[in-house]
Design a binder for this molecule. Structure first.
Ligand code: MG
Length: 274
């Protein structure tokens, strides 16, 4: 991979079957990808070898394996708080166990990092869920470290300052950040270009995604094709260069009905800016 190689989050192709999605990325000339949460039917060592072989044959390097859960909802801020990540005490034990399976899968596939939306970090550090989330992230970092992997938190569900505080408190050398500039805007949390500066020491990967600020109380903003939202993608790439980031620029596109077209145009835009 070259510095700032343009990659794609595999699920952004809109193709559910990972093997077919890998074939599509090869067709598009993509050489770097992040792997999405896969169904439990994929989480065996044998299936991990199948994915690893398909990626190698396509000449595509896996850079991150994402964690996600079936019953998560991003429909509103309240739904995110209730269902996403490790905040819910009732859901947490089973989700930690599943994440450990995903970590084992990632190690076999050859992805150097595992990333997750851990859920809204409570703004008040005296909230009992804050300490529970700290303990959970330490446990997942340690499980990753045992396999030689990094663990990355996806940005956007808290301010950059709050995330920095949280990361410092977790205090694990293999904890990093998957920086998604659009999430900062979609959740109405922070200005993404300044946030890159605040989180610079921990950024191990990025999502190239765009979007607009929320317009209704309690709701998320809207995702747009790359370059058409309020992130300011040229400024984002310039800021990444300024902090010395050389990792992949991974396109994420979770909305719209022309995913492949949006990825192709996004790739051209990023190649003109990097
Ligand atoms: Mg993202």
């Amino acid at each position: 991979m070259e510095p700032m190689e343009v990659g794609v989050f595999l699920c952004s192709t809109g193709i559910y079957d990972p093997l077919k999605a890998i074939g599509k990325l090869k067709e598009l000339g993509i050489r770097s990808c992040q792997l999405p949460p896969l169904g439990e039917e994929w989480l065996s060592p044998e299936k991990a070898e199948v994915i690893k072989k398909a990626l190698a044959e396509a000449g595509i390097e896996p850079t991150t394996q994402f964690v996600g859960f079936d019953d998560e909802s991003y429909a509103s801020m309240a739904a995110v708080e209730e269902t996403v990540g490790f905040l819910s005490e009732a859901r947490r034990p089973a989700r930690i166990e599943l994440t450990k399976k995903i970590i084992d899968f990632a190690a076999i596939v050859g992805a150097p990092a595992v990333a997750a939306h851990i859920g809204f970090v409570p703004e008040d550090a005296s909230d009992p869920r804050y300490v529970q989330l700290i303990e959970t992230v330490r446990e997942l970092c340690d499980a990753c470290a045992a396999r030689g992997l990094k663990f990355s938190m996806e940005t956007g569900q808290e301010t950059a300052e709050d995330m920095r505080e949280f990361i410092t408190t977790v205090n694990r050398p293999n904890l990093g950040v998957n920086f998604d500039p659009a999430n900062m805007i979609l959740y109405g949390k922070d200005r993404p270009i300044e946030a890159v500066g605040i989180l610079a020491p921990w950024i191990v990967s990025v999502h190239c995604k765009d979007g607009t600020w929320p317009t209704a109380e309690g709701m998320l903003g809207s995702e747009t094709p790359l370059g058409e939202g309020q992130v300011d993608i040229p400024a984002f790439i310039a800021k990444l260069k300024e902090i010395g980031y050389t990792g992949p620029l991974t396109i994420e596109r979770e909305a719209g009905d022309d995913r492949i077209g949006d990825i192709t145009r996004g790739k051209a835009l990023l190649e003109s800016l990097r």
